[in-house]
Write a protein that binds this ligand. Structure first.
Ligand SMILES: Cc1cc2nc3c(=O)[nH]c(=O)nc-3n(C[C@H](O)[C@H](O)[C@H](O)COP(=O)(O)OP(=O)(O)OC[C@H]3O[C@@H](n4cnc5c(N)ncnc54)[C@H](O)[C@@H]3O)c2cc1C
Ligand SMILES: *[C@@H]1O[C@H](CO)[C@@H](O)[C@H](O)[C@H]1NC(C)=O
Ligand SMILES: *[C@@H]1O[C@H](CO)[C@@H](O)[C@H](O)[C@H]1NC(C)=O
Length: 505
């Protein structure tokens, strides 16, 4: 591999979906074609009464609608429906029950396991993209947002409305719904909490068609369940009310990179040691790959002139960086830079007009690590596993939480997001695009990485990096019992289900 390729790979992975996307092709398949058309026949007359747009097997619209970020499974839904009103969502739920097919709401389509296609063939997909309501209230610093927004357009709308934001991730095509309902970590989360922590209220359509509000005082058990375990287990969320945060001041983006494999151990150790005490105004992600690269990228909610002392402990312990970039920006420029764009890009880029959903084919696992981080033996085991694979199309991200972060101030049982005492979460990904022959080897490689790190970490994993091989206890821990109680109350017939939904018992 030449250095050009190395550099490009590095950029690909760090700037997440916009560039990580490698455009794997969506090959046609014929999975359960007969069953699909049977279900579609039952759904068609029922769905047509509510006059929402639909797409059925055999049409180009249907094939286009089947494309989601993760192309590993290529599930074949019975049909798609694109509601724009609550009444059309109610109708879709009623029709799925009547036709005896499963149902899956879709936000931005970034589920790692394709759960917005139901995680199996033959379900009715309710694509919520038409829910684009937006209003902002300056006095209470709140925003009411439809469930159909993607992060890029939402960041821009919040900025334009009042120079405010929510602490969401960097990948601008991710949907707010799936992101918020499973946590939602981004480059201001150490200061402002997870996106889930900023849900003040949600409007939900239940299995029986009833529309309910969930907030602190109204249906608090449902409010609890939605903030961490809200993806397709209790109902379809049509709208959120978020606490938003002032970001009208200068902020700073920083990135330091290294390209030497022998420095990975030292740099990783420097990251963990520094991470334990770094103030909440800094959010950061550390990166490793089997090419020998390491880097740290993050944001500081303040001016460049004040950043240096906050990075001293890290930079003193790390090797000398191969490249350094520290840039003072306004908030919306920071969003562009975090999305892999130059800071002088027209912010209207974030509207994603005419954009094509990025795609890839990959296996991912996650794991939470508590302070003070991995032991030296753990770091060695981790690096050995990372360098022992058949592929180099892999990356490993370490997103900082830590005791100073707003995330860890929330009690474990206050929301259904249980992971409140970790130093960082690891995201381990290997991707193979159209080379299906690499799937088995890459999957074994990621599984081996996980097994190698697991003895030095916790049993917790991040539900927004959902992995079909993990038990629900890893995602919900001590909150699982309360979630099962809530499930029995809010969806007693298990209408909303997928392979890793909250069960009735
Ligand atoms: C490239 C990439 C980058 C990412 N970066 C980050 C990151 O920086 N930080 C982070 O925390 N996560 C990140 N994620 C993970 C992301 O938060 C999750 O994949 C999230 O679930 C995606 O939401 P979505 O709406 O796009 O997905 P979808 O696939 O549409 O939905 C995910 C799940 O939520 C359910 N759901 C969707 N809409 C609703 C609704 N209205 N009501 C009820 N249930 C619903 C779906 O049925 C499905 O089970 C990233 C993912 C990708 C692919
Ligand atoms: C919760 O929702 C109810 C019903 O809409 C509303 O009356 C109440 O003020 C809300 N409470 C909070 C804390 O937002
Ligand atoms: C709808 O379901 C909810 C939750 O299970 C329940 O409280 C409510 O009574 C039901 N409404 C009707 C009309 O059946």
């Amino acid at each position: 591999m030449g250095s050009y390729t190395r550099l490009r790979m590095n950029i690909f992975v760090v700037y997440c979906c916009v560039l990580l996307a490698i455009g794997a092709s969506a090959a046609e398949d014929q999975i359960s074609a007969s069953r699909r058309s049977l279900a579609a026949a039952d759904l068609k007359p029922c769905l047509s009464t509510a006059k929402a747009r639909t797409a059925y097997p055999g049409s180009q619209e249907y094939e286009n609608a089947r494309i989601v970020f993760q192309l590993r499974n290529r599930y074949a839904p019975a049909a798609f429906v694109f509601p724009t009103t609550v009444a059309q969502v109610q109708n879709a739920i009623a029709c799925s029950i009547k036709a005896g097919v499963g149902i899956a709401p879709r936000g931005g389509g970034h589920s790692f396991e394709d759960y917005s296609l139901g995680g199996r063939d033959g379900v009715l997909v309710v694509d919520m993209a038409g829910f684009t309501g937006f209003s902002y209230d300056r006095t209470t610093q709140t925003a009411v947002v439809g469930a159909g927004w993607r992060l890029g357009p939402l960041y821009l709308a919040l900025w334009n409305a009042g120079k405010v934001t929510i602490p969401a991730g960097n990948c601008v095509s991710v949907g707010i719904a799936g992101h918020a309902l499973g946590g939602g970590w981004g480059f201001s989360s150490r200061k402002f909490g997870l996106v889930a922590d900023n849900i003040l209220e949600a409007q939900v359509v239940l299995a029986n068609g009833t529309v309910v509000t969930a907030n602190k005082s109204k249906n608090p058990d449902l409010y609890f369940a939605l903030r961490g375990a809200g993806a397709n287990s209790f109902g379809i969320v049509t709208q959120f009310k978020f606490q938003v945060h002032d970001v009208s001041f200068p902020v700073t983006h920083f990135k330091y990179t290294w390209t030497t494999k022998s420095q990975q151990f030292q740099n990783f150790k420097a990251f963990q040691t520094w991470g334990v005490n770094v103030p909440a105004e800094i959010s950061a992600s550390f990166y490793l790959d089997p090419f020998g690269n390491s880097n740290i990228e993050g944001t500081y909610l303040g001016p460049k002139s004040k950043l240096a002392p906050l990075l001293t402990t890290f930079l003193q312990n790390a090797a000398r960086p191969a490249s350094t970039s520290v840039e003072e920006l306004n908030w919306i420029q920071l969003i562009l830079v975090n999305a892999g764009k130059p800071s002088n890009t027209d912010p209207n880029y974030l509207k994603l007009q005419g954009f094509q959903l990025p795609t890839n084919t990959f296996k991912a696992k996650s794991i939470f690590v508590n302070a003070p981080g991995l032991s030296d033996a753990g770091v060695n085991a981790m690096i050995k596993a990372m360098n022992g694979g058949p592929t180099q199309k892999a990356y490993f991200l370490y997103d900082l939480f830590g005791k100073q972060s707003a995330i860890n101030q929330v009690p474990r049982s206050a929301t259904s997001f249980v992971h409140r005492s970790s130093l960082f979460t690891i995201q381990a990904v290997a991707y193979w695009g159209n080379n299906a022959g690499e799937a088995a080897g890459d999957t074994a490689y990621i599984n081996n990485y996980y097994q190698s790190v697991r003895p030095y970490a916790t049993s917790e994993a991040y539900q927004n990096y959902i992995d079909r091989d993990m038990p629900l206890s890893a995602y919900y821990g001590s909150n699982l019992g309360a979630l099962i109680t809530d499930k029995k109350k809010w969806d007693p017939k298990n209408v909303f289900n997928f392979p890793q939904s909250i069960p009735l018992k």
